[in-house]
Design a protein around this ligand. Structure first.
Ligand SMILES: [Zn+2]
Length: 91
């Protein structure tokens, strides 16, 4: 799983800085409309423009096109993040 660096952007769900992504089953850079999960709070996010780092919280309609297997992976990842708790901020 390859990590891809992005321009830093505040996550619209919790304000966590998002600057790195990795694909669940590929190493491709994200494209507009692709989904990701906030590693801090587990919210499902949608890339508006990954080149300039624009994200929004995903709408239910964004999940219409994903497979049941992808939905299961998203759900399991969300549950892991929720069970783990939020990341402690370092200052
Ligand atoms: Zn978040």
């Amino acid at each position: 799983m390859k990590e891809i660096r992005l321009p830093p952007v505040l996550s619209p769900c919790c304000g966590h800085i998002v600057d790195t992504v990795s694909g669940l089953d590929h190493d491709a850079a994200p494209a507009p409309g692709d989904l990701t999960i906030c590693i801090n709070c587990g919210a499902i996010l949608c890339f508006i423009d990954p080149i300039v780092g624009r994200l929004r919280v995903a709408h239910l309609s964004d999940l219409d096109w994903i497979t049941s297997q992808e939905f299961e992976m998203l759900s399991a990842t969300q549950q892991y993040i929720v069970d783990r708790g939020r990341i402690t901020k370092h200052s």
